[in-house]
Design a protein around this ligand. Structure first.
Ligand SMILES: [Zn+2]
Length: 265
């Protein structure tokens, strides 16, 4: 482990996660991503005072707007996004170290955090985050393959992206209310990200997604009594299953392997 790299990725994650807030605020409302980037959702005036200080502004969001006095509808969201992004990037830095592959997975991790936060609130997998994430990550994986001579990993990633997309498309066709088409598109991204680790990693990632989704759905039903209609989207489970397998590959294999392969093979 490279402590400087991990600390740097955590700090970068705080900054980037903090910068994601306007996406979470505006994309579900179909508002343009125009300037000023940091502004009050009610009166659209640019943030002032602590609101201009990166990361520190996440604390300022708990208070009312200094211009119009409106309180935020999601005061904790910026802080949660910043901490989540920092944790994901630090975890990836521990896993990969100073490797070009870290850049590819960092892009995927940031995209997955942003998509998950929006999907939890609005049940939308926004293409305006998904497509740029794929467009940035794909060339970085190709570059990693070229630099580290990992063309086999690239082939696995491409194949698993296609298999993930098709498999989820079949589930979507069978049960469109349970799995939206946004989740099908996202399956291409997470299939590719997990598939870089190999076919078995991708299989375990999808197994974890459905396991976490089932447990999450049951917990939500038990705690809130909410029905299927109000259940949160599937994207956070897809993100969690994928990032878990990517970051904790071997520990997860040790736990999951005996469950999946009882015959000892
Ligand atoms: Zn305001």
């Amino acid at each position: 482990m490279d402590p400087l790299l991990v600390a740097g990725c955590a700090a970068g994650g705080l900054l980037i996660g903090d910068a994601l807030e306007p996406l979470a605020d505006r994309l579900p409302k179909k508002l343009p991503l125009d300037r000023p980037w940091w502004r009050c959702p009610s009166c659209a005036s640019p943030d002032t005072g602590v609101g201009r200080v990166p990361v520190a502004r996440t604390a300022g969001r708990f208070g009312p707007c200094l211009s119009c006095g409106a309180t935020r509808s999601h005061p904790a969201r910026p802080a949660v996004q910043a901490v989540l992004t920092a944790a994901v990037l630090a975890g990836l830095a521990v896993r990969f170290g100073p490797d070009i592959g870290l850049a590819a997975y960092a892009v995927v991790g940031i995209g997955l955090v942003a998509i998950s936060v929006i999907d939890i609130e609005s049940r939308i997998v926004p293409n305006r985050i998904l497509y740029p994430t794929v467009a940035l990550a794909a060339p970085l994986f190709v570059l990693t393959a070229a630099v580290d001579h990992r063309w086999g990993s690239l082939w696995h990633a491409g194949a698993c992206a296609a298999i993930g997309f098709v498999a989820m498309f079949v589930v979507h066709t069978a049960y469109p209310k349970g799995l939206g088409f946004g989740d099908v598109r996202l399956a291409g991204l997470v299939g590719g990200a997990a598939g870089w680790m190999g076919f078995r990693a991708a299989f375990v990632a999808f197994f974890l997604m459905f396991l976490l989704g089932s447990v999450g759905g049951i917990l939500q039903l038990a705690i809130t009594g909410a029905g299927r209609r109000t259940a949160i989207g599937f994207a956070p489970y897809m993100a969690a299953g994928t990032l878990a397998v990517v970051i904790f590959t071997m520990p997860i294999f040790h736990v999951v392997h005996p469950l999946l392969y009882r015959n000892g093979s």
